[in-house]
Design a protein around this ligand. Sequence first.
Ligand SMILES: [Zn+2]
Length: 112
Amino acid sequence: MGWTPINYACGHRGEEQMYGKMSSRDARATYLGQYDCPACRGKQGEERGCKTLRGTEKQRAWAGDIRSDYLRRNSGLSAAECARLPIASGIWIDNRQSLDIIRPAIITPAIT
Ligand SMILES: [Zn+2]
């Protein structure tokens, strides 16, 4: 058990508590280093006009990934529409399998 340093793709550094053999910890650190840090992942979409996600850092990172993928598939959304997307990470996570089906509902201002 120990804290293993991670050099994320975004240039930020972090560390994660990992267990097991050093070789498997190094492999996990290398794997995680292919991606941006959780804070940067949680901000994905803000450049398109989306608001800051709410939730724990892990929830925001996961929801940021889902929202980023959603925005990639819906490149025609305006900044105003992006600003009306949900900010609760749980909505993105809970509905990640059906975002396209519920799109008309998800972009209404009532759901935040
Ligand atoms: Zn970062």
